[in-house]
Design a protein around this ligand. Structure first.
Ligand SMILES: CC(C)(COP(=O)(O)OP(=O)(O)OC[C@H]1O[C@@H](n2cnc3c(N)ncnc32)[C@H](O)[C@@H]1OP(=O)(O)O)[C@@H](O)C(=O)NCCC(=O)NCCS
Length: 205
């Protein structure tokens, strides 16, 4: 059974209910599916199509990597994997979604497994994410709840001088958002992964 060939040349082989129907590939291998992928994501989290497509277009071999799950060439799943700034061995995952009609068939688990395999093969050791309501799904797939401070500690090993993090209090993390940083990628993990009210989760790959 073969689930697509990633740009890096890695074959993802997974057991699936009807494997010949499904393929997992990076978004940048199928730019013709940008609009369809945007629609899938927007069916869960409505936002401007232009903005979605812009974000999806950033997918590349060296992160961020957007993975799409295809069934008969139709996009039914998506997730985005980004590097945590300055941490060579850590990524965070976001915008993980399976089309409503295809949920509870094990496909989300397969996409998560493929994302983990890809990260591992690229030398990533820690996969972080944050969720509100899908803790059970991620737990079943090997993630465990972690404290924001644990993620913070990971970042600070690589980014000791992040200006918006006060060294004496992790609570400052949940203060009103800081002004935009000159390098946009520094802001993203804080606002996405450590969003207040969400459960932070970690898997050692
Ligand atoms: C979270 C999400 C991605 C899970 O995708 P999924 O394809 O439904 O996931 P799975 O099928 O692998 O697992 C979900 C459930 O189906 C069950 N399941 C797995 N294989 C199954 C199968 N062959 N037949 C029936 N059920 C199955 C799992 O046991 C699990 O059950 P549980 O919820 O009781 O633990 C999907 O529900 C989704 O897109 N939700 C909306 C977006 C969202 O919240 N994303 C997460 C953002 S952090």
């Amino acid at each position: 059974m073969r689930l697509g060939v990633l740009s890096s040349g890695i074959d993802i082989i997974l057991e699936m209910v009807n494997p010949s129907l499904y393929t997992i590939i990076p978004m940048h291998e199928r730019p013709d599916l940008l609009k369809e992928t945007s629609s899938l994501i927007n069916s869960q989290w409505p936002a401007s199509e232009r903005r979605r497509i812009q974000t999806l277009k950033a997918s590349c071999d060296n992160f961020p990597i957007n993975l799409i799950l295809l069934k008969d060439d139709r996009v039914i799943g998506h997730c985005k994997i980004s590097k945590i700034p300055a941490m060579e061995d850590s990524c965070y995952m976001e915008t993980f979604v399976i089309d409503r009609e295809h949920r509870s068939q094990g496909l989300g688990s397969k996409l998560l497994q493929a994302a983990g395999d890809l990260m591992s093969k690229k030398g990533i050791k820690n996969s972080f994410l944050s969720t509100k309501g899908q803790e059970k799904f991620y737990s079943k797939n090997g993630y465990r709840v972690c404290e924001a401070t644990e993620i913070l500690a990971t970042w600070r090993r690589g980014l000791p001088e992040l200006p918006f993090i006060k060294s004496n209090s992790s609570c400052k993390f949940f203060s009103p958002p800081p002004p935009p940083m000159p390098r946009h990628r520094f802001v993203t993990p804080q606002t996405v992964v450590l969003y207040p009210g969400r459960t932070h989760m970690l898997k050692h790959l």
